[in-house]
Design a binder for this molecule. Structure first.
Ligand code: CTP
Length: 401
């Protein structure tokens, strides 16, 4: 029960998703949290303050000034007492205000004076979510160190289908719980994570790549950070936002990924290599765009350096080295062979035969194999949850060593 006695202040904005906050408040209070709710005027059209004050067992504040009691709602006081300030649902409007320091209601004033960690769970229609101004505002909030609980995909109130739906109350609860659990389990540790594909240039306009989205590695980097580690993420080309608080180094080719990874290896305690590194790269890169001529065309390729195997040879006893194996057949056998060959502490096996696992998906299904051959099979989960499982194994391993 990591939420017992925690002061959680929820800022509710005017979105139809505000109805989910009743369930969230209930879940949080059941976990022992002390919940205070602040609402914008617009939010009160979607759910009543009476519902939320009854469930939270606390008065709900909407205005700076309570006309009935004559009391001034001291926003500094609310912000300072909170262990967590959570905006849920966060609308595009309030997001814009938070990103730009506007302060025209109680919620925005509390935000500006809060000293505690701030979480935010956006809810908006698909087009709003994808608008460049939303993208810019989200990245501002992330740069202030605020933590996003990402929206889910599915049917939206407008009838559109896509991203933008407020995360489910149980998911929001799990983010907050895991923030308090093991909050500093990896404090003082340095972690290095590789993620994404590599692009191997053929000529100035073409490359050889793969379908890796980088989502798994980014989730691991974020989780390691949440657990208190100092994290460097070496990322191949992806469309993902850099995880907040993580030193992200962008690379393109396998060779570049090797050079940056090698430079960080010595000072790293935890090394997780989740990148889908190209095994071969063109022997030569054409200076000019290759013109279409013959009916068939082939490229001479040479092996890239196996980053993981190279680092495995240099690994010290006090370093934890984790590799990934994406397999289509003879999965366990192949993964175990890689674990030995590359001198790893653990290997995370993804089987392409598992529905919901693999490249560019939001979910993954893994088996973790340890040096003594122990296999731990996990259920299909979101990549964020999978990252938690992997990091938990790291925490337990370090605690034993
Ligand atoms: N890896 C690496 N450098 C490479 C190739 C792979 O560091 N040049 C790492 C990956 O990041 C992953 C692990 O090695 O953690 C296994 O990658 P995978 O592609 O499954 O295996 P390979 O060793 O490349 O073998 P194969 O492609 O033949 O299955």
């Amino acid at each position: 029960m990591s939420l017992i006695g925690k002061n959680i202040v929820i800022g509710v904005c005017g979105s139809i998703a505000a109805y989910k906050i009743a369930t969230l408040v209930r879940l949080l209070t059941k976990e022992g949290a002390k919940v205070k709710v602040l609402m914008t005027h617009e939010a009160t059209h979607f759910i009543t303050p009476l519902t939320l004050s009854t469930l939270s067992n606390n008065p709900v504040f909407v205005d700076y000034f309570d006309e009935k009691t004559g009391e001034w709602n001291n926003h500094v006081h609310i912000g300072l007492e909170a262990d967590i300030l959570l905006f849920a649902p966060l609308t595009a409007n309030t997001l814009g205000k938070l990103a730009n320091g506007l302060c025209d209601n109680l919620l925005t004033a509390v935000y500006l004076s809060a000293k505690c960690p701030v979480f935010y769970a956006p809810a908006m229609d698909l087009d709003m979510w994808k608008h460049p101004s939303t993208i810019r505002n989200i990245s501002s909030l992330n740069s202030y160190g605020n933590i996003m609980i990402p929206p889910g995909e599915g049917e939206l109130a407008s009838g559109l289908i896509g991203e933008g739906r407020l995360a489910e109350p149980a998911e929001i609860l799990s983010h907050l719980t895991s923030f308090f659990e093991n909050g500093d389990a990896l404090k003082g540790k340095t972690a290095l994570v590789t993620a994404g594909p590599t692009h191997e240039a053929i000529d100035p306009v073409r490359f050889i790549g793969n379908h890796s989205s980088g989502k798994m590695g980014y989730a691991i980097a974020q989780r390691l950070k949440e657990l208190g580690a100092t994290v460097t993420l070496i990322s191949g080309p992806t469309a993902l936002e850099h995880p907040q608080g993580v030193d992200t180094i962008a690379v393109t080719s396998a060779q570049e990924m090797f050079e940056k990874t090698e430079a960080c290896f010595e000072q790293s305690d935890i090394i997780v290599m989740s990148a889908a590194v190209a095994d071969y790269t063109p022997q030569t890169v054409a200076d000019q765009k290759i013109k279409k001529k013959e009916d068939t065309f082939s490229i001479d390729m040479k092996k890239t350096i196996d980053i993981l195997a190279t680092l495995g040879k240099r690994k010290r006893d006090n370093q934890v080295l984790i590799g990934f194996a994406l397999e289509t057949n003879n999965e366990l056998e192949n993964a175990k062979a890689k674990l030995v060959k590359k001198n790893l502490d653990f290997i995370v096996l993804n089987s392409m035969q598992d529905i919901g696992a693999g490249f560019a998906k939001d979910t993954n299904k893994i088996t973790i194999i340890t040096q003594n051959g122990k296999e731990q099979v996990f259920a299909l989960k979101s990549k964020m949850e999978v990252a938690k499982d992997i990091c938990q194994i790291i925490v337990e391993h370090l605690a034993k060593s």
